[in-house]
Write a new protein. Structure first.
Length: 476
């Protein structure tokens, strides 16, 4: 309830205060318009913040307890309470929330009381209504039905793993003492398993796969057009594949494999330490964990000392995306617009660089942002930026078009220049100086009103001892 009153009071202040009414007692209390044109109220440094814009985009946060964000451009809202303890989202008519990543509610259409929904408390309780309008409920492992879960249309069970019945489209599987006994039928599928003694899987006339005393003997027969043949593995000694379009041999499987056909092949030596695979669309080399590369279509990925160093390159028409990561220290991304006729005229559309835990730098066209410190070691994303990052962002440098803003210690020191507001520099509570050449205004203040001076086209005015003011009335 206290949070609701705080939000209401803040919203009323944002509405009552005129757009040009800046109040600067940062980092304790400030009201201003940020560099992106959003009305902003901040209280006690990073603890409380409210921002709103004319496009219905707004953010408020009482850190680190709770936050709310509304994205006006896509009818999306996000709410967090002690993230990731509880988070909620809306998108158009869909609403969802989850608690401690295990308890989840999702209503796919809040305007329809008969719509599809889910309430899951993993792994014990499941309840919902499927896209077909069928209600379901289950208490694991006692019994019940779960729909649209782990790739299955329906899962029915009694005293799991004693009895399980699953469906995927027209394919039905009955299991007893899962995964030991199972029988699958439907849509051309015929499978049986008495694990690990014997099992087979048949799909129409396309293939037949079997195992006996798994994993010691497995075999397969294929009847695809242009790819007839057979394969077997006698684990852990030898395996062989003979088909119309390829042949392969395995020694001490899975450690050594040699496969080749007209347009593809694979070599595995002491798997997974050395792998070489290629076909018409892919070329892959792994000397794990020292080095690896994979070229597939327009993607080119490499790693060094896996998983520490990774590079990725993607080319789409006239765009090129490059990324580099040195976990957890460095993350870098670059977007380039290519000029095929004049390569020297390639244009860097965007760039991101993060040196953990010191700083991050991002640029998109004419917009730029530099922040320090950056204590979150992984990829930046909205919940971290909303709820926690302001605590350790001690300094920021932001540019949007011709407007530049520097801020230290949540507004204790501010320097803004450019745009219609001219230039302002302040160090709370000692001084502030502002100048605007457009409306010919010069204003400075010492100790928040102990002594101040303002001059504009209407005259001059002096403030003294917080209470007294002398000069032209129009200067106010």
């Amino acid at each position: 309830m206290k949070f609701k009153w705080l939000i209401l009071i803040t919203a009323m202040m944002a509405l009552v205060l005129p757009v040009h009414a800046d109040i600067d007692f940062a980092p304790f209390f400030s009201v201003d318009t940020d560099i992106h044109g959003q009305s902003r109220i901040r209280v006690l440094g990073p603890l409380f913040e409210f921002k709103s814009s004319e496009t219905n985009k707004s953010v408020w946060a009482l850190r680190p307890l709770t936050s709310f964000a509304e994205h006006g451009y896509d009818n999306k809202t996000e709410r967090d309470v002690l993230w990731p303890l509880w988070t909620g989202k809306t998108f158009n008519d869909e609403y969802s929330w989850q608690c401690v990543l295990l308890v989840r509610w999702q209503d796919f259409d809040v305007t329809d009381p008969e719509s599809r929904y889910r309430f899951w408390a993993l792994p014990f309780y499941f309840q919902g209504r499927s896209a077909k309008g069928e209600d379901y409920k289950a208490v694991f492992p006692l019994g019940g039905e779960i729909q649209e879960f782990i790739g299955r249309d329906s899962i029915k069970f009694v005293m799991f793993p004693i009895y399980t019945y699953t469906t995927i489209n027209d394919v039905e599987t009955v299991s007893y003492i899962w995964p030991i006994f199972a029988r699958t039928t439907g849509h051309g599928h015929d499978r049986f398993r008495a694990f690990p003694i014997y099992g087979y899987a048949r799909l129409r006339e396309d293939f037949m796969k079997k195992f006996i005393l798994w994993p010691f003997w497995t075999s397969a027969e294929y009847n695809y057009a242009g790819a007839n043949g057979s394969a077997f593995i006698l684990f852990p000694f030898y395996g062989e594949t003979k088909m119309e379009n390829q042949e392969a041999k395995m020694y001490l499987p899975p450690f050594f494999k040699f496969a080749r056909s007209e347009d593809q092949g694979a070599i595995l030596c002491l798997w997974p330490f050395y792998q070489r695979k290629w076909n018409q669309h892919k070329d892959q080399l792994d000397i794990w964990p020292l080095y690896g590369s994979k070229q597939q279509g327009h993607l080119n990925n490499k790693y060094f000392l896996w998983p520490i160093v990774r590079t990725e390159k993607a080319e789409y028409d006239n765009r090129e995306l490059n990324s580099f990561s040195l976990i957890p220290l460095i993350e870098s991304k670059t977007k380039v617009i290519k000029n095929s006729e004049e390569p020297e005229d390639d244009y860097v559309e965007g760039r991101f660089f993060k040196l953990w835990p010191l700083f991050s730098y991002s640029r998109s066209n004419d917009d730029l942002q530099f922040k320090t410190f950056r204590l979150w070691p992984f990829k930046d994303f909205d919940p971290i930026e909303r709820n926690y990052a302001p605590f350790w962002t001690l300094y920021s440098h932001t540019r949007q078009g011709d407007i530049v803003e520097d801020e230290l210690l949540w507004g204790l020191f501010q320097h803004r220049r450019g745009g219609v507001n001219g230039r302002k520099i302040s160090l709370f509570p000692f001084f502030s100086v502002g100048k605007n050449d457009i409306n010919e205004t010069l204003e400075w203040d010492f100790l928040k009103g102990l002594f101040g001076y303002k001059r504009n086209s209407s005259g001059k005015r002096v403030k003294l001892l917080y209470l007294f003011s002398f000069g032209s009335a129009g200067a106010d």
